[in-house]
Design a binder for this molecule. Structure first.
Ligand code: MG
Length: 253
């Protein structure tokens, strides 16, 4: 069942999403050559806990950390580690989420360490743009397929490919709720969007082909062909006034 949030519940979603965004921004701002992905995970944890929230990824399906951190050819679900040192030119996808008072936020972004090569930068730019194309399509009366088609069209027009095996999702009292929000599909299909729905749109975009595989750690998803991958995600609300991005960072008090 797709849950529709009351005005009060939307306010609670804004709080959880703001904290998720603060954690993402703090980790992104900390990226520099020599830092480990475990260091970034600690920053995510500390930021979330300081706000009185909890990292909702930790322990979910057994995930061992607060953030998923996926580098270069890694698509999603990378496990932070003291052994993974970020180097100049790396692209680093960070996915963070917080839960507070029973509501969840979820967001992700890919950051470059210093100057990245031109194709990596274009991949990041197109992925972020595709997220915003999807958000723009998330209006009352449209369907999930309109979001999917908008994301896919922008990615493919720019010569990249959309991961099929992992999709966006509803967010609320649970981190993962209905409906599924694929990053590929046909406009006019799928569940109808109504005011009060809150969903995470999260294109995962590969430089080359869309195939992915999971490493033997059971978590880390990588591109099948070794090409780069980028990931951007916002939790948004469908409202009568249009899509509202909930995962917006504010300065920490
Ligand atoms: Mg998500």
């Amino acid at each position: 069942m797709i849950s529709v949030k009351t005005a009060h519940e939307l306010e609670q979603m804004r709080v959880a999403c703001r904290i998720s965004a603060m954690a993402l921004k703090a980790a992104g701002d900390a990226i520099e050559a020599g830092i480990t992905t475990a260091d970034l995970d600690q920053i995510v944890y500390d930021t979330i806990v300081r706000q009185g929230a909890k990292p909702n990824f930790k322990g979910l399906y057994g995930f061992p950390a607060s953030a998923c951190i996926s580098m270069n050819d890694q698509v999603i679900h990378g496990i932070p580690s003291k052994k993974v040192v970020i180097r100049p030119g790396d692209i680093v996808s960070i996915d963070t989420g917080a839960v507070i008072d029973g509501f969840n936020g979820d967001n992700a972004a890919t950051f470059g360490c210093g100057k990245v090569d031109i194709e990596a930068q274009r991949l990041m730019d197109v992925t972020k743009e595709s997220l915003h194309k999807g958000i723009a399509a998330a209006v009352v009366g449209s369907r999930v397929g309109d979001i999917s088609a908008a994301v896919q069209a922008w990615v493919e027009k720019n010569g990249f490919s959309v991961v099929r095996q992992y999709v966006g999702h509803g967010v609320g009292k649970n981190l993962h709720e209905e409906p599924e929000v694929p990053n590929f599909g046909i406009a006019g299909r799928g569940p109808r969007l109504v005011g009060g729905m809150t969903i995470a749109i999260e294109p995962m975009v590969n430089q080359k082909s869309h195939g992915v595989k999971t490493l033997s750690d059971g978590w880390t998803v990588v591109t099948a062909d070794g090409g780069l991958s980028a990931h951007f995600e916002h939790t948004i609300a469908i409202t009568a006034k249009g899509p509202e991005i909930l995962t917006v960072a504010e300065e920490e008090a």
